[in-house]
Design a protein around this ligand. Structure first.
Ligand SMILES: [Zn+2]
Ligand SMILES: [Zn+2]
Length: 139
């Protein structure tokens, strides 16, 4: 199991992911979306599940859907915390395997590891962790 460096899945950027403005001072980290500026954080956004309008900074993006705290809690119970995909690494170098793992990454998940399938010499297993679980664990 190769653990990937933390920097790989988090872009270190001082820009708001919504309006692309440079962030000076206060910013908010919205799980599943990224860092937003104060203005975008306070902007009302509709919850994709129940339709109530809440401030963006209180939302959690799950597989690209903005969800309020209540709906997020409900969805969270339903979806798997971890998932894995098998990758045919035949003829691919380590970089090619990593690229394939990134391409196969399910929306809303983060690549957390790659390991060789114990029954094969060319097949790899890419492991993904749900984005919100991952961000909570890694702070
Ligand atoms: Zn912004
Ligand atoms: Zn909701």
């Amino acid at each position: 199991m190769v653990m990937l460096p933390h920097a790989l899945s988090h872009e270190a950027s001082g820009k708001c992911v919504v309006c692309k403005a440079e962030i000076h001072g206060v910013s908010h980290r919205v799980v599943g979306l990224g860092t937003v500026c104060m203005r975008c954080g306070l902007e009302p956004v509709e919850c994709d599940s129940c339709g109530s309008k809440v401030k963006r900074m209180t939302l959690t993006y799950l597989r690209g859907r903005p969800l309020c705290l209540i709906c997020y809690g409900r969805e969270r119970e339903r979806s798997a915390k971890r998932t894995s995909v098998s990758i045919d690494g035949f003829g691919l170098g380590p970089e090619g395997i990593l690229r394939a793992a990134m391409e196969k990454m399910p929306p809303g998940y983060v690549l957390v590891g790659l390991r060789l399938n114990p029954n094969s010499k060319t097949s790899w297993v890419a492991e993904y962790e749900r984005e919100d679980v991952y961000s909570m664990r890694c702070g």
